[in-house]
Ligand binder design. Sequence first.
Ligand code: DOR
Ligand code: ZN
Ligand code: ZN
Length: 438
Amino acid sequence: MLDLCITNCKLEIGAEEVCLGINNEKIVSIKKLPSKAHETIDLRGKLILPGLIDAHVHFRDPGLTIKEDFSTGSAAAAAGGFTTVMDMPNTIPPTNTPQDFREKMGIASRKSLVDFGLHAGVADLSNMGKLAKLRPASFKIFMDLVDDDFLMDAFSKINGVSGDHLISLHAEDPQVVNQCTHEMKMKGSSPELYAEARPPQAEIEAVVSAISLGNKFDQKIHFCHVSTRKSLKLINEAKKAGSKITSEITPHHLFLDSGCLKTYGNRTKTNPPLRDNENRLQVNDLNYIDIIGTDHAPHTLDEKKKDVWNAPPGIPGLETVLPLLLTQLNQGKIALGDIKRLLCETPAKIFNIPHKGFIREGMDADLVVVDLKKESVIDPASFQSKAKYSPFEGFHVQGLPVMTMVRGKLVMQDGEILKNQGKFVYPDTVNIKRIYSN
Ligand code: DOR
Ligand code: ZN
Ligand code: ZN
């Protein structure tokens, strides 16, 4: 007798329905006929995907819980079809020390409805060894906030810590950013000035120096939110030449351009900024990108109402990305395989999270059911996130997540959020190769 049997599921569009058997939080069978179980859920032919994994969220807990906390952030994740999130270290205090890392683990364990990993911040380099033992998803460096000497020391130190650690990078060069921001501030305070305050060249220069540092130390690096054609080209050339690099794009950099700063104002202010048509990336570039990370970066609307130089950068993304992508799928612009690769499979592989990202026997029963026919208009007022704004407000979407399950437990059904206790997940470089060998 299994815990749960999910019947009449489609794993692919047009495929024959199957039944998923779930026991002790894992997928234990994928069969034509149902298994005996304590509970049965009939999906009536709906599509089921591996639960989405977001390697890039800012849940603001501790310290900035007026913007978001682990309860509301993880509810937003569940609503959006995500079953695992990885939280960034720029909280208050930042997740830079073993003590603060443990503190955040405690908060998230108590509050998170979905499974979670934590990125470690890089400040006091004497902490790297001890932090590494706590199994951060990666060491995150905001290149816009550090100088070249620190960056070199950080790479050297992290690379020297035993184990195989990943460095995630916010790649913007501080000198270009400071110089251009200064120049743009002279011109006034309209939001459209923001794109040129942190121009493509800021990202490109940071990408060039990070690639060369990565090569010097033979260090794995992950570029967060790649936003320009040129940086993506440089990244892919370096990959071809053997550098250990992975790349991420946000939904806002994928679907929007800098023209939105004029139309929507500071709600579309983000770092790196949205790009003009010449520089931006688009859906057909997804073939050359490893993952989509939402960079869910909630702020209060009051803060967003300040002038462009004082409004904080960041856009919430957890509750809009899947509907946006399913809409593209319905329009024939992307394949279902791309959604799974970018939001389930490759995030699990890059961050070495075992048992997630695939619907296979032995994997965690992390699942999202989607209704490809259901239509909706994006309405931030209905978000679970505390950040009730979105540059995608008013967009018509077709294709919505209707059920999210974390290790066999329902956390979202028809938009309603249910209680659950999320678990800390961490890179497991030892078991990962065996688990994802095929
Ligand atoms: O737009 C951004 N918001 N970029 C960052 O790098 C930080 C983030 C935040 O924490 O708000
Ligand atoms: Zn960033
Ligand atoms: Zn971020």
